[in-house]
Design a protein around this ligand. Structure first.
Ligand SMILES: Nc1ncnc2c1ncn2[C@@H]1O[C@H](COP(=O)(O)OP(=O)(O)OP(=O)(O)O)[C@@H](O)[C@H]1O
Ligand SMILES: O=C(O)[C@@H](O)C(=O)CO
Length: 426
């Protein structure tokens, strides 16, 4: 396997979002969970997305894991490695975007590194270094209430500078609009000034195509799925990859039962859970009880067992920002989040043991906990359910083939759960 593109994602839903974009734009892509074992059959692929769970861990741990993944990808021929971050730049002043960028660029001997979370298809655009979520700046969007990393500053040049060893710079839209050569020249000038990360403006897909084409000349880039789109299209238009659609072949039926689990408390997920109540049985878990002990997960499994033979069910811990804040005040942000993730993973494990073969999970950290608990080593890419969310088919692991969807908190339309289950037919 010689990779045309290597990528490392800081969480599992973000990884499937990026893998979806690469596959949609013609790259044969697999998503691995961590660094795969040498004997895992990944097939002949153009791109690998190594999913890590390093968005909210201490920076030193994030750096160590990202560097190991980078070495693995480069050993398989990847000349360019993109670090996939969230399109809402989820991070804290301690990291982990800056520290990982610093480490990967030091290892690769890279100069100024192009950084953009823009993903116009989902409403994320960057102008004058400021990130917009739909029509509002990041700090006015629902991300200001994120349970783990509330975002209070839309100026990404400033946000990145607080996390990085080197100063950050800006690649303004006017330069991006002038195309790949203008971008290369500006990056070289910024590198000469000692700039590390360069926040690139991007509003339209054509901006990302120019950025992707320029980034392919470098060894490292940092971005969300929009940059993946630019890199994939750059590889295809340079003739370095032959465009193919391999997604339909992964959709052969897997049979079994179907279920959904939601641990995301994002505005989008809250609406999706509310809407699902019209089409399937929904159990709203008590977050307080989930944190207090195993009884609530056991109750959820009993509840599901008595209904699931008649059709899909949804189990959700999702709660409003006020309720999340109340629980965090009692137990601490990290402890509460971790305990709920583990309880939801226990529920997922029980559901799969009980015959579930089609499983939809909402929330990045939640998906990470579920996928780890099920010990899934990799995924093949199926068709797109909603922007940034594909159907995935497990590769390897001890459960036979499962069809899954890992939904980033903010993604998907209001009917997401029924849309996903509709595509994952038996
Ligand atoms: N009722 C609740 N109260 C407090 N925390 C909760 C509650 N339900 C879930 N959580 C925690 O909130 C966090 C949600 O993070 P998760 O990454 O799963 O979703 P998200 O942030 O919406 O998704 P993404 O990272 O894809 O944007 C998890 O740590 C989860 O355990
Ligand atoms: O980029 C995004 O918004 C998503 O893929 C994600 O990473 C959310 O967790």
């Amino acid at each position: 396997m010689t990779l045309a593109l290597g990528t490392i994602a800081d969480d599992y839903t973000g990884a499937s979002d990026l893998a979806n974009t690469l596959a949609k734009n013609g790259l044969r892509t697999v998503q691995t969970v961590g660094i795969p074992a040498d004997d895992l059959p990944l097939g002949d692929v153009d791109a690998v997305v190594v999913s890590l769970k390093i968005r909210s861990v201490p920076a030193a741990e994030a750096v160590e894991k990202a560097r190991a993944a980078d070495r693995w990808l480069r050993a398989r021929g990847a000349g360019h490695v993109m670090y996939k971050i969230c399109s809402t730049f989820d991070s804290t002043d301690e990291g982990n975007i800056g520290p990982v960028l610093d480490a990967l660029s030091a290892d690769a001997g890279a100069a100024a590194v192009l950084v953009t979370p823009a993903f116009p298809e989902t409403g994320r655009t960057v102008y004058q270094g400021h990130l917009f979520v739909g029509a509002v700046p990041l700090n006015e969007s629902p991300l200001k209430d994120h349970p783990l990393n509330p975002m209070h500053d839309a100026n990404l040049v400033r946000v990145l500078a607080r996390q990085s060893l080197r100063p950050s710079g800006l690649l303004p839209l006017a330069t991006v609009a002038d195309g790949a050569n203008a971008i290369r020249a500006r990056l070289a000038a910024l590198a000469a000034d000692g700039i590390g990360g360069v926040i690139a403006d991007a509003v339209f897909e054509r901006d990302l195509e120019a950025l992707g084409t320029a980034a392919l000349d470098a060894k490292v880039s940092v971005g969300a799925s929009g940059l993946g789109l630019g890199l994939a299209r750059g590889l295809v238009s340079a003739g370095r990859v032959l465009r193919v659609d391999a997604t339909a072949s992964v959709m052969a039926g897997v049979g079994g039962l179907a279920a959904c689990i939601a641990g995301s408390c994002s505005k989008a997920t809250l609406e999706q859970v509310a809407r699902a109540e019209a089409t399937m049985p929904v159990l709203r878990l008590s977050a307080e009880a989930l944190v207090s002990g195993p009884a609530e997960a056991a109750r959820a499994l009993e509840w599901a067992a008595s209904r699931i033979e008649s059709g899909p069910v949804l189990v959700a811990s999702s709660a409003s920002p006020d309720e999340v804040a109340r629980l965090q005040a009692l137990h601490g942000r990290e402890a509460a989040g971790h305990a709920i993730e583990q309880a939801l993973a226990t529920i997922a494990e029980g559901l799969v043991a009980g015959g579930v073969r089609r499983l939809v999970v909402a929330g990045g950290e939640t998906s990470g906990a579920v996928v780890d608990r099920l010990r899934i080593p990799a995924f093949a890419l199926g068709p797109e359910i909603a922007a940034g969310v594909p159907v995935l088919r497990t590769i390897g692991g001890g459960h036979g083939d499962l069809l899954m969807a890992l939904k980033s908190g903010n993604f998907g339309g209001t009917d997401f759960f029924t849309d996903a289950l509709g595509l994952m037919s038996k």
